[in-house]
Design a protein around this ligand. Structure first.
Ligand code: SAM
Length: 354
């Protein structure tokens, strides 16, 4: 199915490739590694995992070739993620290759920040446009309890270096868990203000890997707004017409923050994101059970046109709306059990690219 692109950013092509719900193929998240240097309780509660075999990881050349295929079909936003993307050796080299692709309008990175102080400058010099850093707490002891690691100071140093390097539209992502860090909403907004960053609060999602998930631990958007209204006064929704996952709000003093309410208020209708794993599987939805093996096509010698045809036909048939279906589930619990995750690590959020 093809239709007129309805967003001004779709101007790249008058005709956009769209799926069965008229959603364009616009945003690609590229996981460069499944490994992580934190063990966040809501994502990787186990200490050890079944890792992707190294020989199966896409090389930088292979990633760049696949990204080229996607951008030839309309993708404009590319985000490097993981696992922890800064654990992939020589990441600036990949950034430099992607920065040379003129169809990419937004080349971004999502990181936990632990290594960003060391690598931020090289990444910026290589052509990275933007960075989003994850920060769930300002308290070192809470950080240690939540992540199993003692690297809070490095995370803050990473954020501050992103500020000093003047990355534009800096964002801090905070997963808010009931009874764990729901008392830090205002503190995180104030910290964000001090480093020129917009904070986005994320509801705890029941994605693969979140084996400790329960509805009771979700701190929903409604309560976030109530709590912030009590502290700051009336909050104004910005009511933007955007496919971005965060709904944005303005405080009476002008500060802007976002909420990503995928658990209680899913936004599948406008989801233009898909995900490429570090070993070249392409997922159409964070909740999808299976992916399309693009590495096999690539290594089997398929020309770019053939891979593009495959991607286009799969996208046209896309009807995924995983978060909405989860929200409609009567008795909602853990999505995938530990044994099943061990058998198929691609079901893990950290493999899929969060
Ligand atoms: N390691 C990088 C980082 O920490 O930003 C990138 C990968 S991480 C999987 C991407 C984002 O997913 C992080 O902001 C993390 O907090 C978020 N995340 C992971 N598990 C989640 C869950 N169960 N619910 C909501 N957000 C989650």
């Amino acid at each position: 199915m093809e239709s007129q692109a309805n967003s001004p950013r779709g101007a790249f092509s008058a005709i956009a490739l769209v799926d069965r719900f008229d959603r364009p193929l616009r945003s690609l998240r590229v996981s460069v590694t499944d490994r992580c240097n934190l063990r966040c309780n809501y994502c990787m509660p186990q200490e050890d995992y079944v890792w992707l075999p190294r020989q199966e990881l896409l090389t930088f050349e292979e990633i760049a070739r696949l990204v080229e295929v996607f951008t030839s079909l309309g993708v404009e936003d590319v985000r490097l993620t993981g696992g922890e993307p800064l654990l992939r050796r020589d990441l600036p080299q990949l950034v430099r290759m992607l920065a040379g692709n003129p169809r990419i309008r937004d080349l971004a990175l999502t990181t936990n920040g632990v290594l960003f102080g060391e690598q931020g400058k090289a990444l910026r010099d290589a052509g990275l446009h933007r960075v989003t850093l994850s920060l769930d707490t300002l308290r070192p002891e809470r950080f240690a309890a939540l992540t199993g690691r003692d690297t809070h100071a490095q995370v803050l140093a990473g954020i501050e270096s992103a500020y000093r390097l003047s990355f534009p539209r800096l964002k801090l992502d905070s997963v808010i868990l009931r009874g764990i860090n729901d008392d830090e909403l205002a503190d995180l907004i104030e910290y964000g203000r001090s480093v020129g960053a917009e904070v986005r609060f994320i509801e705890y999602m029941d994605v693969g890997g979140a084996t400790n998930w329960s509805l009771g631990k979700v701190f929903p958007r409604t309560e976030m707004l109530e709590r912030l209204t009590k502290r700051y006064g009336a909050i104004t929704p910005l009511n933007e017409n955007s496919s971005a996952p965060a709904e944005r709000f303005r405080l009476p003093d002008g500060a802007v923050f976002g909420i990503i309410a995928s658990t209680t208020t899913p936004f599948c209708r406008s989801c233009d994101r898909s995900r490429l794993t570090a070993d070249g599987l392409w997922y159409l939805c964070l909740y999808a059970q299976t992916g399309i093996d693009l590495r096999r096509m690539l290594r089997g010698g398929a020309p770019a046109e053939e891979i593009a045809e495959c991607v286009a036909s799969v996208w046209r048939a896309r009807s995924d709306r995983g978060a909405e279906l989860r929200a409609a589930t009567g008795k909602r619990g853990v999505l995938v059990g530990i044994e099943q995750l061990r058998q198929d690590p691609h079901l893990e959020m950290h493999t899929r690219g969060g």
